[in-house]
Design a protein around this ligand. Structure first.
Ligand code: ADP
Ligand code: MG
Length: 376
C-alpha cells in the first residue's frame, strides 16, 4: 500500500527525520487562508501516488503570496500525467516552506529479494534525474545490504561530505531503518534528501510502500489508505475478498488458485492475446461470489472476451456454472465467454451452461481454449 508524501512526512517526523514545515490543503476556498501563514518562497506540491510529479508540473516554487495563490489554484484539481502512474486528478496539495538547497542526494531502503535483506541505496546525485544517474553513472550509486550489526558509516563516507553532514545522514538512515522494520514497509525513499545552505540535512520528498500482508497489524498505517488513489475495480475486489489485479490486455480471466491463474495468463499469451486481469476467486467461492467477480471483470471497457478456467475441488463446477449463468443473465453480457472446467461435478456444470439458453463456448481442454481465444 502506498501513501502520500504528506503522510510519509508525518511518519518521518515521528521518527526524528527533519522535513520542511508544511500544511495540507484540500479545498480551493482554503488556499488563501493557508498561504497567508507562510513566508516566501514556498513550494506547492500535488499529493498524488505518483513519482516524477515535478517533471509533470505538480511541484512548483512560488516566490510571493500572489504567485503562490495562482499556482496553488492551478495545481489543486489539475490532471497530472506521469510516466509512472498515468493520469491522476490532484485532490490535495501540500504547501511547504521552500528550502535553500545546496545539494540533492538520493536515499532509499528497499527489499533486495535475491539477498533476502533490506538494502541501503544512496547517492550524492539525487533529485529529479536519479534515473539518468542510474543509467549514465551507476558507480555514483552505492548499495549496502543491511545485516545484524549494520553501520552505514563506511557507505556514507563514500559520498564525500564532512563528518557533521555524514553524522546527520547516518542518523536519518538509522531512523528510516527503524521505521521500515517497525511498520513493515517494503520500500522507503527520500529523493531528494537535501543538504541546505545552512548545513542541515532534510527530507524534501517522501515515499513509502507498505507490505499489504502486514497491514492487519498496523491499524495506524491502514488508516492512511486513500481510496481515491486505488483502482476502483481492485478496491471493490478487496472488499469482496477476491484477488484481482487489473492488467492491460483484452481477455478477462476468472480462475481459482493463484498458480492456475498464472498458468491461464500464459495460455492466453500462447494464443497471441494478453490478459485483461489477474483474478483468483479462491478455493471455496460460492456462486454468489462468482457473480460478483464477474461483475468486476466486465466493468473493464477493454474486454473482448472472458476465459473461465476452473478446477473444481472445493469450488464445485455446478456452483461455478450457476454463478456464471446468473451473472450473464443479470448483467446483459454480449461478449464471448469461454469456459473450461475440470474436476468435481464437471458434467453437472456443463449441463447448466449448455441448457441455460445463453451463448457459452465450453471447451474440453486448454489446447481447445487456445484455438478459440486465437480467433477472438
Ligand atoms: P517528485 O519526486 O515527485 O518530482 P519532489 O518532492 O522530489 O517531487 O520535488 C521535485 C523537486 O522539487 C525536488 O527535487 C526539489 O528540487 C524541489 N523541491 C521539492 N520540495 C522543495 C522544497 N520544500 N523546497 C525547495 N525545493 C523543493
Ligand atoms: Mg522526489
Amino acid at each position: 500500500m502506498k501513501i502520500h508524501e504528506y503522510q510519509a512526512k508525518e511518519l518521518f517526523k515521528q521518527y526524528g527525520i527533519k522535513v520542511p514545515a508544511s500544511v495540507l490543503c484540500e479545498k480551493k476556498e482554503n488556499i488563501e487562508q493557508t498561504i497567508k501563514n507562510f513566508t516566501f518562497p514556498c513550494v506547492i506540491k500535488a499529493q498524488v501516488h505518483s513519482g516524477a510529479r515535478g517533471k509533470a508540473g505538480g511541484v512548483k516554487l512560488a516566490e510571493d503570496y500572489n504567485s503562490a495563490i495562482i499556482t496553488a489554484e492551478k495545481i489543486l484539481g489539475m490532471e497530472l500525467t506521469s510516466k509512472q502512474a498515468g493520469t491522476k486528478k490532484v485532490n490535495k496539495i501540500l504547501i511547504e516552506q521552500a528550502v535553500n538547497i545546496d545539494k540533492e542526494l538520493y536515499l532509499s531502503l528497499t527489499f533486495d529479494r535475491a539477498n533476502e535483506a533490506i538494502a541501503l541505496i544512496i547517492s550524492n546525485q539525487g533529485g529529479m534525474d536519479i534515473e539518468e544517474t542510474a543509467k549514465i553513472s551507476p558507480d555514483k550509486i552505492y548499495t549496502q545490504l543491511i545485516t545484524d550489526n549494520f553501520n552505514p558509516e563506511e557507505t556514507v563516507k563514500k559520498l564525500g561530505f564532512n563528518s557533521i553532514i555524514n553524522w546527520q545522514i547516518c542518523s536519518i538512515i538509522n531512523s528510516l531503518y527503524r521505521l521500515v522494520k517497525e511498520k513493515d514497509a517494503l520500500m522507503a525513499e527520500i529523493n531528494p534528501l537535501v543538504i541546505t545552505k545552512h548545513h542541515e540535512v532534510i527530507a524534501l520528498d517522501a515515499k513509502i510502500n507498505f507490505d499489504d500482508n502486514a497491514l492487519f497489524r498496523h491499524e495506524d498505517i491502514l488508516a492512511l489508505k486513500d481510496e481515491a488513489e486505488e483502482n476502483p475495480c481492485e478496491l471493490q475486489a478487496q472488499k469482496e475478498g477476491l484477488n484481482y489485479i487489473k492488467l492491460n490486455g483484452t481477455i478477462g480471466c476468472m480462475v481459482n488458485g493463484a498458480g492456475l491463474a498464472m498458468a491461464t495468463m500464459d495460455v492466453i499469451r500462447l494464443a497471441g492475446k494478453e490478459a485483461a486481469n489477474f483474478l483468483d476467486v479462491g478455493g471455496g467461492a460460492s456462486s454468489d461470489k462468482i457473480e460478483k467477480a464477474f461483475k468486476i471483470l466486465i466493468s473493464d471497457k477493454n474486454l473482448k472476451a472472458v476465459f473461465i478456467n476452473i478446477f473444481g475441488g472445493i469450488l464445485r463446477c455446478d456452483f461455478l456454472a450457476e454463478g456464471v449463468k446468473n451473472a450473464i443473465q443479470n448483467l446483459n453480457i454480449d461478449i464471448p465467454v469461454i469456459v473450461r472446467m475440470e474436476g468435481t461435478n464437471k458434467s453437472k456444470g456443463a449441463d447448466i451452461l449448455n441448457h441455460s439458453g445463453l451463448k457459452f463456448t465450453v471447451v474440453n481442454d486448454l489446447n481447445e481454449a487456445i484455438e478459440v481465444i486465437k480467433n477472438i
